[in-house]
Ligand binder design. Structure first.
Ligand SMILES: Cc1cc2nc3c(=O)[nH]c(=O)nc-3n(C[C@H](O)[C@H](O)[C@H](O)COP(=O)(O)OP(=O)(O)OC[C@H]3O[C@@H](n4cnc5c(N)ncnc54)[C@H](O)[C@@H]3O)c2cc1C
Length: 375
């Protein structure tokens, strides 16, 4: 059900768009949320919900539900030559109650959509943004409905949460600045009988790359690797069974040239992409949604300068986080050989230093920057 006169049109009903719709609705702002996909995603995708996300979702009731359905990661173990060379304990080092909870993205999205529905907002599916223009007072958008029907809408504000290939970003003619790694990374959700501790995340440094393993639930694990035969490393110690999802993806580290232009803002993958190392993508998008809701509600209440706050504050966060994840990714992914040597020799040593542990764990917990909503 679309609100009759929405103040904000949200494009995209991934975690960022759903969270924005929920945060805005809780602030009494009428929203309309559309998604070009006929159905929500069924893929697990982002598995880790960090402490910052739980914090911003606290008042929605969704944070509690994520904690109830998911399981709390107790730490991360680094393996070389099938031996643990470094073990970090999440709760002790971070002092946070819920540094990282594992729940497949499809469930996180379902919980956000349910909370939204309970407040009378339904995602309009099969509806896509084709193009937009704006003037000092309104945003005009052309929407494509199933079949050949097009609709022209006029709204005070538009939030583009339409993912890495964002139509909103293109319509604003904003560059997506950054670079991509040459090789594809492989991903599996699979069944595994393994001696790996099921309550921890695992990173295996291998001669031709790295491998990441995190349990989804029961004996189902998420494995990501960039070597020639990533599963071979696991098979040395574990029995690999049925694969329920397999995918390949290319890693880019990119930030939109701006996070907003006048009455149109970008959030989530539309504004920033980076490797899954650090588990930040979905979490950063939900944080964007939180900050946007406060700024947009203020703007609609007569403080238009708050839209600029969003664009400036979030662009700085996006650049900072993507740079940090890019550096960690280049180190972990183990190429070229001199960097692999640094990785294999230095990381296990440096990882025992308190400041390095704090930095790493603040990064995965999503608390490596303050949650600022005002400049
Ligand atoms: C394998 C994998 C593992 C990952 N692991 C993690 C992790 O552990 N932790 C983490 O935080 N992140 C992780 N991520 C990243 C995370 O999945 C993304 O960052 C997250 O989905 C971004 O959410 P979003 O809502 O911004 O964009 P998306 O989820 O891409 O949603 C965008 C939505 O917009 C819709 N859309 C697109 N164009 C239009 C249009 N023109 N009109 C209308 N609708 C449109 C799409 O249909 C889509 O539903 C992972 C990603 C992958 C692929």
């Amino acid at each position: 059900m679309a609100s009759t006169q929405p103040s904000v049109l949200i494009v995209g009903a991934g975690p960022t768009g759903l969270a924005a719709a929920l945060f805005l609705t809780l602030r009494g702002v009428a929203v309309r949320i559309i998604d070009q996909a006929a159905q929500p995603t069924s893929h697990s995708k982002a598995l880790a919900v960090n402490g910052r996300t739980i914090e911003v979702l606290r008042d929605t009731g969704v944070g509690e539900r994520i904690l109830a359905e998911g399981w709390a990661v107790q730490g991360a173990s680094l393996h070389e030559h099938d031996r643990v060379v470094l073990a970090l304990d999440l709760p002790t080092v971070m002092g946070a109650q819920h540094p990282m909870t594992v729940l497949p993205q499809a469930r996180t999205e379902a919980l956000l959509a349910e909370a939204l529905l309970a407040r009378g907002v339904t995602v309009e599916r099969g509806v896509s943004l084709k193009t937009l223009t704006q003037d000092a007072a309104r945003v005009s958008a052309i929407l494509q409905h199933p079949g050949s029907r097009q609709e022209q809408v006029s709204v005070p504000l538009l939030f583009g949460a339409d993912g890495a290939r964002s139509t909103t970003r293109e319509a604003l003619r904003l560059a997506f600045v950054g670079s991509s790694l040459p090789e594809a990374w492989c991903l599996w959700d699979l069944q595994m009988q393994t001696p790996l501790d099921p309550l921890r995340a695992h990173v295996l440094f291998e001669p031709d790359g790295f491998l990441f393993a995190l349990r989804l639930a029961g004996d189902q694990w998420r494995v990501i690797g960039n070597g020639a035969e990533p599963l071979a490393a696991l098979r040395r110690t574990s029995k690999v069974g049925n694969v329920s999802w397999q995918s390949q993806f290319h890693i880019g580290h990119r930030v939109a040239a701006k996070a907003g232009v006048e009455r149109v803002a970008l959030g989530g993958d539309a504004a920033h992409i980076h490797s899954p190392i650090g588990a930040r993508g979905m979490n950063l998008g939900i944080e964007d949604a939180y900050v946007y809701a406060e700024c947009a509600a203020d703007a609609l209440a007569g403080k238009p300068e708050r839209l600029r706050d969003y664009a400036v504050l979030r662009h700085a966060v996006h650049k900072d986080v993507v740079r940090r994840i890019g550096l960690i990714t280049r180190l972990v992914h183990g190429r070229p050989p001199w960097l692999r040597w640094v990785r294999d020799e230095m990381v296990p040593v440096a990882g025992h230093l308190a400041f390095a542990q704090a930095l790493m764990l603040r990064t995965v917990g999503g608390i490596d920057h303050p949650l600022e909503t005002h400049r």
